[in-house]
Design a protein around this ligand. Structure first.
Ligand code: HEC
Length: 169
């Protein structure tokens, strides 16, 4: 219901999102397994010490997902819809449809960013395509949006330019 509402009208989405915010808004991108890999990244383990000069954005991302794989971290593969590779390079403007995913290789969590009407929408699924956004507060679309929106200089049009691994170089 929420998903349909959001795809029809942004106003509808904004009005009803507080009521049913745990559902993914982005849809499951069928066939993502064959999307090209653009970046290899990580969910660092919970005991990771981030270098002191690390941006707040990266620090928050590390903290938010320290629960992944029972705190032991996981490799993260970032794939982009082959139709949107050029758009991804310039961080948009994006056409409608699924845009990019980040896949936690250990737990099989798939973070999805889709665009609709030029705006990013978010969702999270397991490898069977089941919506898992209610599995953890940090997987709810509202939570995704909060981080990706707050750091507008880094996450342009919903995709992020500052690779996590750069913090450890
Ligand atoms: C606290 C901050 C934060 C939150 C919350 C967050 N992200 Fe991100 N996201 C990041 C960072 C940092 C990267 C870049 C990682 C890298 O390149 O190493 C990223 C990258 C991504 C990517 C890869 C494509 C890209 O932008 O380069 C997708 C897809 C994505 N996020 C979706 C989501 C979804 C879906 C959620 C919610 C379930 C979410 N994100 C929640 C910080 C966040």
């Amino acid at each position: 219901m929420f998903q349909i509402c959001c795809k029809i009208s942004l106003l509808c989405c904004l009005l009803f999102s507080p009521l049913v915010s745990a559902d993914s808004i982005a849809s499951y991108p069928e066939g993502w397994e064959s999307w090209p890999v653009v970046k290899e990244s990580v969910n660092p383990p919970a005991d990771t010490v981030v270098p002191p000069d690390t941006s707040l954005f990266i620090q928050e991302a590390v903290k938010a997902y320290s629960w992944i794989n029972n705190g032991e971290g996981s490799p993260l593969t970032i794939r982009v819809n082959p139709k949107k590779l050029e758009q991804y390079k310039t961080h948009g403007p994006y056409t409608d449809g699924p845009t990019a995913i980040a896949v936690s290789e250990v737990q099989g969590i798939i973070w999805v960013t889709e665009h609709f009407g030029g705006l990013p929408i978010y969702g999270s699924y397991n490898r069977k395509g089941q919506d898992i956004s209610s599995m953890h507060p940090t997987l709810e679309p509202e939570f995704c949006q909060r981080c990706h929106e707050t750091y507008k200089d880094i996450c342009i049009n919903g995709t992020c330019t500052e690779p996590l691994l750069d913090a450890y170089k």
